[in-house]
Design a protein around this ligand. Sequence first.
Ligand code: SF4
Length: 121
Amino acid sequence: MEERHLTCIGCPMGCQLTVTMENGEVTDVTGNTCKRGDIYARKEVTNPTRIVTSSVRVKGGKIAMVSCKTKEDIPKGKIFDICKALEDVEVDAPVEIGDVLLRNVCDTGVDIIATKAVGCK
Ligand code: SF4
């Protein structure tokens, strides 16, 4: 039997979760105040994923950078590679919220989208 201790990131309460596992299977989750904590804990110990937020350069824009994020969750182990890949990305102004700035980032099948609009100079 193995126990993992996590802090739930589902809301600011930050419940302290204890996940009990046996042979790689989750057998129990305690410490959660709501169902979201249970779901988070089970996913975190078996297939942890995250939304990545960052920014990329804009050519010819009113401002030099545009904030962005992964459109969906990506595997937690890819976060560093994605941040590195975004360092080389430069998009042309104008940019609208929701524009795809990079497709299939690091072969995750997930696009990077803009979270801010940037007009032309
Ligand atoms: S278990 Fe529920 S109440 Fe507790 S931090 Fe997670 S989402 Fe919030």
